[in-house]
Design a protein around this ligand. Sequence first.
Ligand SMILES: C[S@@+](CC[C@H](N)C(=O)[O-])C[C@H]1O[C@@H](n2cnc3c(N)ncnc32)[C@H](O)[C@@H]1O
Length: 228
Amino acid sequence: MSNIKKNYKKIVSKYWQKTDSLIDASVPNETLIRLIGNLKFKYKRKRVLDVGIGDGANLIEFKKRGASIFGIDIRKKKIFDFCKKNYLPRKNFYISDLNYNFPKIKRNFDLIICKDTFYYLDYNRQLPFLKFCKKILNQKGYFVLQFIQAELKEKKKKKLFDYSLSKNFKKEKKYHEKNNPVNILTFGRIKNLINASKFKLKVNIFDVSTHLKNKKFVTVNRYLVLSH
Ligand SMILES: C[S@@+](CC[C@H](N)C(=O)[O-])C[C@H]1O[C@@H](n2cnc3c(N)ncnc32)[C@H](O)[C@@H]1O
């Protein structure tokens, strides 16, 4: 597996530092917001932490719904710009490369999100990371862990409006962007990690996205809700 490469941590760090000045054009994730809604989670006066904030679109959505928002990310400029643009207190945001350090956080959270980020952690950091999240999650809180489970590539030209994935698509071995150090994890690995962390698996769903620029790919996104 490529994530046991000795220099994996450095590859991840270099990749994300290079994108620190890029402007994302993201939107809050609909599945995520609906999933949290189905948990009957009330945002008002709750503390929500996003690990791997991206451009912060999900955090802004949580704020609109009444939550106090917090974030962790490897990218310094992204965090600075996000706080400045949205008038947010810098002390609620932690700049940290999770492959090396977990930030020292004294407060607890009602909701923790880690979306599209977990697989940038080195193999040996994944279980410690889950334990770190468990420690800062309130007893009645939720931890939403989302990751890409698989990518499918079009194998034959589909007819207009055809949606059959089994007929037209084939599972890819690697992530479509060659430079992106994302490591698609097997579900067996995730299951073992969850068991070892002693989190309870409360919800387990997936959706698919077909909006990649190269329309030949379909991404299978897994969403897990974990609790104490
Ligand atoms: C693919 S983006 C996902 C952003 C957002 N959560 C979303 O779903 O749109 C991955 C995020 O994780 C951050 N990240 C990647 N590796 C990291 C690391 N080792 N430590 C902390 N943050 C990291 C990146 O800077 C980026 O914001």
